[in-house]
Design a protein. Structure first.
Length: 45
């Protein structure tokens, strides 16, 4: 976990923000791909 890493808070904040943005982006990509597979290839869904 990033918060447990021994570093100053001003170095942790960008990592936390980047990690949250990455997780949200990957989740959006996952949901979009599931939707597209369901629409275009329903037998694979």
């Amino acid at each position: 976990m990033l918060l447990a890493f021994p570093a100053p808070l001003n170095r942790k904040i960008p990592g936390i923000i980047l990690g949250i943005a990455l997780l949200l982006s990957l989740n959006l990509l996952r949901i979009t791909s599931l939707y597209l597979v369901g629409v275009h290839f329903p037998r694979f869904f």
